[in-house]
Structure formats: structure tokens, C-alpha cells
Design a binder for this molecule. Structure first.
Ligand code: CP
Ligand code: NVA
Length: 300
């Protein structure tokens, strides 16, 4: 049994295993229909979600198990009536898996170290590893390879999606360029780690502050207003991020990816979002197949 909190500690072999398993499950879903009989997952969420919540619930149901959604707003933990340690211990007595979406990544670590069951990170402020595995599945599906491709990311560098993409790309040999404002650079430890992984796997991690068009296979962006950002920050952030928008002037022949939810005409023009090069809904679909792969890997 294993936790799935970040891609930092996963080997290249483990990441490739998850990608290939996800693709196999997508092709032969019926082979996996009974794999989780009598297994229960608790989905404990502190932030909103469409894709992650629904894909994990459907993944459990389709593989013969159950999922329970637990909104942290209504929990004794949220009311300051119970500790995170006690919460984790109690959940471990009822369920086989805990999938949690929280603000602070440290809380996930506490959940994991106090649980006897695998804990899956459904997004924290600093990491979104489930998204990155789904993204690599989508990239492999479209290009039939990973190594040697180039992904250009524009926008908020200091985000969960960016951090996990940096881990993912650098470990599988995808060159990743991040174009982001100076004030919104990826956190130092993610830059340091992913550069180290890139060196080992013969790929590049490049971070620049001035957005420019490069010859990339994939262009990727994320919202400028992540769940944990206060709405009051919006106008200030829009001003800073404006020149990082992915639009037709920058896209060239690249495929367009976005983790979603997206705000058309902010981080991406409506034209690109809904255009022929956009693979966002295949990408969203692959969250389901990757969720199944992650669950099976955690329980192995
Ligand atoms: N991409 C993603 O994690 O979406 P949700 O916030 O809807 O789960
Ligand atoms: N960076 C975004 C990702 C949403 C899936 C957020 O944290 O809101």
C-alpha cells in the first residue's frame, strides 16, 4: 500500500507504469470492473471540484467499490472540535482509501502519517499529482511518445498544477518551459528538484519571465485565480498575467492543454480554448482513467 501525495518521490519507472496502466484501463475498462469489490474510498474535500471528485467517484463505482463524499465544511475538524490526527485514525477504521483535497500540503502529510490506509492528494495548494498523471496519459495518447517532446506553460508559475507538471515532465524526458511573472515563479524547491530530475533524464526545465513564442508540441495554461486565491486579488492579478495569455498568436502548431476549470479570454482566448488544437476534453476524460490507475497502484 502506498500514498500518492506528490510526484517528487516517484521514480520514472513508477510514473511510466501509471501512464501505461491508465491507457490499458481506458482500452479495456471491463477487465477492471471487479477489482475494488467491497472497497470504500472517502473523498474528503475542503475546496470545490468537478473533475477530481466525479472522476474518483466514478472510478470507484466502475471498479465495483464505493465512494463517500465528505465535505470538510461539515466536519468536527473544520469546527476545531477534532484534530487532524484523530480524524485520520478514525477514517482508517472505516475506509480502504482516503482521497483528500486541502489547502495546506502539510495537512495531507499529517493525514498520511496518521492513517493505516493509502492517502491520495486530490490537490493541495502546492501539488496536483493526479492532474499531472492524467496529463501525461493524454500526451502519450496524442504523440505516442513522451521523451523529447517540448511543453510550454504560460501564466501562474507558483501553482499546484505547474509544480506537479515540472516533476512529471522532468522525470519522463519532456522539456518544460515556464513563462511566468517574476512575482509568480515556481517555489524554489520545485525548481531545484525538477532541474535535478531533468539532468538525470536528459530533459530541460527552463523558466523565463518574458513570454515568447517557442516551437513547442504542447502549450499549457492554468487559471490565474486558483481556488485558494482571494477574489479581491483578481484585478491586480489580471493586470500582471495579461501578457501570458495563450492565444492564436502564440499557439503555432502546438496542441493546447488546460487542467480546467478555465476562464475564457483570461488565461486562454476563447478561440484557442474551443479551437481545433485544443485537447482539453480528452484531457479531462483521462482524469477518470488515471484515477483508476492511481487507486490500483496505491492498493498494490
Ligand atoms: N482539474 C481539476 O482538478 O479540476 P477540479 O477542480 O474540477 O477537480
Ligand atoms: N491551480 C488550480 C487548479 C484547479 C484544478 C487551483 O488550485 O485552483
Amino acid at each position: 500500500m502506498k500514498d500518492f501525495l506528490t510526484l517528487e518521490n516517484l521514480s520514472k519507472k513508477e510514473i511510466l507504469y501509471l501512464i501505461n496502466l491508465g491507457l490499458r484501463i481506458k482500452k479495456y475498462p471491463r477487465l477492471y470492473y471487479n477489482k475494488l469489490k467491497n472497497k470504500t474510498m472517502l473523498l474528503m474535500f475542503e475546496k470545490p471540484s468537478l473533475r477530481t471528485r466525479i472522476s474518483f467517484e466514478v472510478a470507484m463505482n466502475q471498479m465495483g467499490g464505493n465512494a463517500i463524499y465528505y465535505d470538510l465544511l461539515g466536519s468536527p475538524l473544520n469546527k476545531g472540535k477534532e484534530t487532524i490526527e484523530d480524524t485520520a485514525k478514525v477514517i482508517s477504521r472505516y475506509c480502504d482509501l482516503l482521497t483528500a483535497r486541502v489547502y495546506d500540503h502539510e495537512e495531507l502529510k499529517k493525514l498520511a502519517s496518521n492513517s493505516d490506509i493509502p492517502v491520495i492528494n486530490a490537490l493541495s495548494n502546492s501539488n496536483h499529482p493526479c492532474q499531472a498523471i492524467g496529463d501525461l496519459i493524454t500526451i502519450k495518447e496524442k504523440f505516442k511518445k513522451l521523451k523529447g517532446l517540448t511543453l510550454a506553460y504560460y501564466g501562474d508559475g507558483d501553482g499546484n498544477v505547474t509544480h506537479s507538471l515540472m516533476h512529471a515532465c522532468s522525470k519522463v524526458g519532456i522539456n518544460i518551459y515556464i513563462f511566468c511573472p517574476k512575482q509568480f515563479m515556481p517555489k524554489d524547491k520545485f525548481i531545484k528538484n525538477s532541474k535535478k530530475f531533468a539532468k538525470k533524464h536528459n530533459s530541460k526545465v527552463v523558466i523565463e519571465n518574458n513570454p515568447r513564442k517557442i516551437k513547442a508540441d504542447i502549450m499549457y495554461t492554468d487559471t490565474w485565480m486558483s481556488y485558494h486565491i482571494n477574489q479581491k486579488e483578481k484585478s491586480k492579478r489580471v493586470k500582471i498575467f495579461k501578457k501570458y495569455q495563450v492565444n492564436k498568436n502564440i499557439l503555432g502548431n502546438a496542441l493546447f492543454m488546460h487542467c480546467l476549470p478555465a476562464q475564457r479570454n483570461y488565461e486562454v482566448s476563447g478561440e484557442v480554448m474551443d479551437g481545433k488544437k485544443s485537447i482539453i476534453f480528452d484531457q479531462a476524460e483521462n482524469r477518470l482513467h488515471s484515477a483508476k490507475a492511481i487507486i490500483l497502484w496505491c492498493l498494490k
